[in-house]
Every structure is written in structure tokens, then in C-alpha cells.
Design a protein around this ligand. Structure first.
Ligand code: CDP
Length: 208
């Protein structure tokens, strides 16, 4: 029997990654940030490689500081439209869910299409969002130390462009459906939002 899966989807800067990581720690579940996989593929020159040779551990071995730049964010969203790349990354994510590791009671994955495509049978489906201005401010605060030249306006524009691209692409777009529980983090701290998500999951006690 498959171990329980919590699927967390939402747009950039919504806080879904932080919530997903903390929730996984709390539950003793394995955590996979699927955006990092798309960022890693954007970072390496996949054109030179046979896609089927990619593994999660290879992709996760690239230093995160190289992947969390605005340039790689935009590139990741570009390559995320390509069917051959989505196909291989979806397969790797499903393998992770099937085998989250001996010590893990289940898994938490965050991304754009986890509940809609990667694990449509996920036990919990959470959609984390926030107003664009708030998301841009959070991203600006996170990036400005490493990159003092960056402006709020640039971040705002790049998030808006990525939202549009991720929501309108043909394959696996970011889309809110009725089976998600919606968590809006606009007016809450990430910790408050984490508590709301944890309540949804703990209430179910993995009985589904
Ligand atoms: O951290 P942030 O929310 O800014 O982005 P991310 O989760 O690291 O994802 C980077 C890009 O990868 C997104 O803009 C999507 O285009 C793509 N992605 C995707 O298509 N499907 C996923 N499951 C996760 C990410």
C-alpha cells in the first residue's frame, strides 16, 4: 500500500515551499521540492544529455544558491513547458512517492501540478496562494541581500510573467480545482499558515 501523500501546489512566493518543508518535518514525512528539479534541469545543459539518465539525486546535488536566482526561475518556467522534460520529471516524482525511504511515514511534495498530474490520488491536496504584491515583496526580501542591485519592480514583473506562463501553458498548468483546500497566506505569517495546513492534515489522521 502506498504511504500517505500531501500535495501542495501554488504560485511563486506563496510560501508553499516553507510550509511544505516544515509540515514534512512535523509529520516525519519525506519532502520533495519539485521546483528544484525544474530549476536544476534549466541549469544544466539538458540538450547535451540523454534525459532518461537524470536522477533525483543528481538534480538535488546542484548547490541551491546556484538555482534560486531570478534568471534560473525564468528559465525553469520556460523549460517546464516542454513535454519530454515534464514526462521524465513526473516519472522521477512518482518514484519518490512510491519509495519515500525507510524512515518516512509518507511524503510531502510541493509544486504546480502535484495534485492535478503527478499524484492525482494524493491523500491531501492543498493550494497555497497570496496576492501578487505580497508574494513579490517576500521574494524581494529573500533575494535583495545576495543581490543588492535587484529592485522590487523587477521581481514583481518576473513573478507576474511566470504566473502567466505557469497558468496558461498547455501541459500541467497551475490551476485551482475544487478538490484542493485553499490556504491564502496574504494576511498570515507562514507559521500561521503552516498551522492551518497541519490542522487539515492532522484532522484526517491519514485515514483516507
Ligand atoms: O520557488 P518558486 O515558487 O519561485 O518556484 P519553483 O517552485 O522553484 O518552480 C520554478 C518553476 O518550475 C515554476 O515557475 C514552474 O514553471 C516550474 N515547475 C513546474 O512546472 N511544475 C512543478 N511541479 C514545479 C515547478
Amino acid at each position: 500500500m502506498r504511504k500517505p501523500v500531501v500535495a501542495i501546489d501554488g504560485p511563486a512566493g506563496s510560501g508553499k515551499g516553507t510550509i511544505a518543508r516544515l509540515l514534512a518535518d512535523r509529520l516525519g514525512f519525506a519532502y520533495l521540492d519539485t521546483g528544484i528539479l525544474y530549476r536544476a534541469v534549466a541549469y544544466i545543459n539538458v540538450g547535451d544529455r540523454n534525459l532518461s539518465t537524470l536522477s533525483i539525486s543528481d538534480l538535488l546535488s546542484i548547490p541551491e544558491s546556484d538555482l534560486r536566482t531570478d534568471e534560473i526561475s525564468a528559465k525553469a518556467s520556460e523549460i517546464a513547458k516542454l513535454p519530454n522534460i515534464r514526462e521524465i520529471l513526473t516519472k522521477l516524482q512518482r518514484e519518490f512517492v512510491a519509495n519515500p525511504g525507510e524512515g518516512s511515514e509518507g511524503s510531502v511534495l510541493d509544486g504546480r501540478d502535484i495534485a492535478t498530474v503527478v499524484v492525482p490520488g494524493a491523500d491531501y491536496k492543498i493550494f497555497v496562494t497570496a496576492d501578487l504584491e505580497v508574494r513579490a515583496k517576500r521574494r524581494f526580501d529573500a533575494l535583495k541581500q545576495a543581490n543588492p542591485q535587484i529592485t522590487y519592480d523587477e521581481i514583481y514583473q518576473s513573478l507576474a510573467a511566470r504566473d502567466e506562463q505557469d497558468r496558461t501553458r498547455k501541459i500541467a498548468p497551475l490551476v485551482f480545482t475544487d478538490d484542493y483546500v485553499l490556504i491564502d497566506t496574504t494576511n498570515d505569517s507562514i507559521e500561521e499558515s503552516l498551522e492551518k495546513v497541519a490542522r487539515v492534515v492532522e484532522k484526517g489522521k491519514f485515514s483516507k
